[in-house]
Design a protein around this ligand. Structure first.
Ligand code: AMP
Length: 652
């Protein structure tokens, strides 16, 4: 990968977006409705799926009337499935169980013996986590093609950003799931167009990226869900559709070199700046990385715009060169170069999005969950344009959409689409699981899914709160991912991992100096550096007499990083989406002060536990005011694509 010139240690080269969420594939590209829920008489029992487009294409794409009609059908589909979610869910479960009745997991292990009703299913099937099916996943990964979890062949593994034993989780998937994901994408623009008309008249500037992929020992691809999606013909060969009309040619998205991909996508976005009506990326962190990239590289970009060429030392990928030169960068454009330069040269970058892309109506990025930490930065760069969170999805399953996309980020609620999977909800108090149609307003639940691809009563790990209803279907606020304490990008670090990493560092480096960590906490700092980085606050207890040299703390930083999971390390090494980890040594007594502060805010003395992660600004300020020394990881930790135990081919 090409090195980006670096100016300071924590603002590094930019790169891919995390695995995960989607672009906007509209229903207009949908050609064959997925075989969702057929009744036993083999008739569709609920809403009709959005159909394939009628041949009303004009040279510019579909007519406005055709688009409006298509949107109407899609919105009607949403009305229908949300009007009787319980019936749809019954059918979905029936379909999943009847198709898979003979698979080892259902038939032999849990003795379902062909039952497809909810009662028997709930009685016989346990609620599980990844660890419970890890042995099955390993068998499939090693090449066992017998029907273990699913009767359809496993087409690939989706590598989740959730981890197990430090490695990415592997989610089995089947070919037909691609249709289901496309269906969810197809709902987004019809929903959006109710609130922002005219989006079909321009383009979307989305920064979309692929990541490296590997093969399991049994030969199945293992890659993030979005990489799988962008490389699929669903995405690559999509027919013209004004709703999937992006400024980035496919070749720039599919470029495995993250620097060239980002550079070319920005260049294409700048060249088509007046046509851009919406901008976005999957996560807020990715979009901010793109702006940061522009901040560092606008001079290079302007030089190419001015000359109408691509610097051959910057863009070496032949497919990217050809696509950009034939599709976008047709001629020298000194006027545009002057304009971009004059804007980028200004002292403040406030409102840079609206300055460079003046017709932008909204920023399409996920800012729910841990991504909410990026809202102030996005507001700054976009001058307060609406931040739109369109969907909620995962490697296991795509879940739902936001039917009120212009709402405030804090009010975003996702409507789970009942055809996607069979959903259950584990109440906080851990009684019986409840069904989609039975959740209660204001209550919090952990999401449990049963999917077409062979996960049965699987705990996703997300906590959701019922915020309202669309017809009879609940809408959920995303509350948090269970146990995650630190996250900058798609990394998810939990308390146990952090604890282990701190212990490794102390054992390896501090003990020799008679040092130990008396108390610690952590903070995901996305404010002082782009990309953000993990900060650990350590209060030491030192028995030795030799002063601890700075290099020892730096070694501690690196050992902590080496001990964290592969998603974190990939973010540091390959994606450059996470900056070097920092340890801040705080004065003696700082954690007592922290406790005093918490108690002054109402915490109980008896129950007070040091939080292993802090978010509340006054607490962060308190910690920062007592820092005696600050040390950064001197280099990247080790990371290789694929899983530890695989020694096979890696692409990209
Ligand atoms: P992955 O398995 O890597 O695809 O990550 C999926 C996880 O990302 C979900 O289980 C959520 O924790 C998180 N996620 C996905 N979509 C959203 C969203 N719209 N808001 C907040 N978190 C999300």
């Amino acid at each position: 990968q090409t090195e980006i010139p670096q100016t300071n240690t924590h603002t590094k080269r930019l790169t891919h977006l995390p695995p995960l969420l989607p672009p906007l594939l509209s229903s207009l590209t949908q050609t064959s409705p997925p075989p969702f829920f057929q009744s036993s008489q083999n008739k569709p029992i609920t809403a009709a799926m959005p159909e394939a487009p009628k041949p009303t294409q004009t040279s510019n794409g579909l007519t406005t009337i055709a688009i409006a009609e298509k949107n109407k059908r899609t919105l009607q589909f949403i009305e229908d499935v949300t009007s009787n979610p319980d019936d749809v869910q019954t059918q979905v479960l029936h379909e999943i169980l009847s198709r898979n009745s003979a698979v080892e997991y259902l038939h032999h292990r849990h003795r379902l013996h062909g039952a497809t009703d909810r009662r028997t299913f709930k009685k016989l099937l346990p609620v599980i986590s990844y660890e419970d099916i890890h042995p099955d996943i390993t068998r499939i990964a090693n090449g066992d093609t017998s029907p273990i979890l699913c009767s359809s062949p496993i087409s690939e593994f989706l590598t989740s950003s959730g981890t197990s034993a430090g490695e990415r989780k592997l989610m089995p998937t089947i070919a037909e799931e691609m249709e289901r994901r496309s269906l969810l994408y197809s709902l987004l623009m019809p929903v959006m167009s109710q609130f922002v008309p005219g989006l079909e008249k321009g383009k979307g500037m989305y920064f979309l990226f692929i990541k490296s992929e590997s093969k399991t020992p049994g030969g199945l691809p293992a890659r993030p869900v979005l990489t799988s999606y962008y490389k699929s013909s669903h995405f690559k060969n999509r027919p013209f559709d004004p709703y999937t009309n992006y400024t980035s040619p496919n070749e720039t998205i599919l470029c495995p070199d993250s620097y060239q991909s980002m550079y070319s996508q920005l260049l294409c976005g700048l060249c088509q700046r007046t046509q851009v009506l919406r901008v976005g990326a999957v996560f807020a962190s990715g979009f901010i990385r793109a702006i940061r990239f522009l901040e560092k590289h606008w001079q290079l970009l302007c030089r190419d715009i001015r000359s109408g060429t691509l610097d051959p030392t910057v863009i070496t990928d032949p497919a990217v060169r050809e696509a950009v030169l034939t599709k976008v960068l047709h001629r020298p454009d000194p006027e545009l170069a002057d304009f971009v330069e004059s804007e980028c040269r200004k002292d403040s970058w406030q409102g840079i999005i609206t300055r460079l892309w003046p017709n932008t109506k909204y920023v399409d990025v996920i800012v729910t969950g841990t991504m909410s930490q990026y809202i102030p930065t996005l507001d700054f760069y976009s001058n307060g344009l609406p931040l739109v969170c369109t969907m909620y999805a995962s490697s296991e399953c795509y879940f739902g959409v936001n039917l009120n996309p212009l709402c405030k980020p804090s009010e975003v609620a996702y409507t789970l689409i009942p055809t996607m999977a069979y959903f259950e909800f584990l109440p906080k108090e851990r009684q019986e699981l409840v069904d989609l149609a039975d959740v209660k307003l204001g209550h919090e639940y952990e999401l449990v899914v049963t999917t077409y691809a062979g996960l049965y009563r699987y705990r996703v790990g997300d906590v959701l709160r019922v915020a309202g209803f669309k017809n009879r279907a609940p809408q959920f606020n995303f509350i948090c991912r269970k146990n995650v304490v630190l996250s900058i990008d798609s990394d998810k670090t939990d308390e146990v991992e952090l604890q282990g990493a701190v212990k490794n560092a102390v054992d390896a480096h501090l003990v020799a100096f008679g040092g130990s960590v008396a108390e610690y906490t952590s903070y995901a700092d996305t404010k002082t550096t782009i990309p953000g980085h993990y900060v650990l606050y350590w209060e030491l207890s030192v028995k030795g007499t030799t002063a601890i040299p700075p290099s020892v703390y730096e070694d501690c930083c690196l050992t902590v990083e080496e001990s964290l999971n592969s998603v974190y390390r990939q973010g540091r090494v390959s994606d450059k989406s996470i900056g070097p980890l920092e340890i801040k040594i705080v004065e003696q007594g700082t954690f007592d002060k922290l406790m005093d502060y918490a108690i002054s805010l109402g915490a109980s003395i008896n129950q007070y536990k040091t939080p292993r992660c802090v978010k509340f600004e006054p607490i962060v300020e308190l910690l920062n005011s007592r820092v005696e020394g600050s040390y950064f990881s001197p280099k990247c930790p080790k990371w290789v694509p694929g899983h530890k135990q695989w020694s096979n081919n890696v692409k990209n």
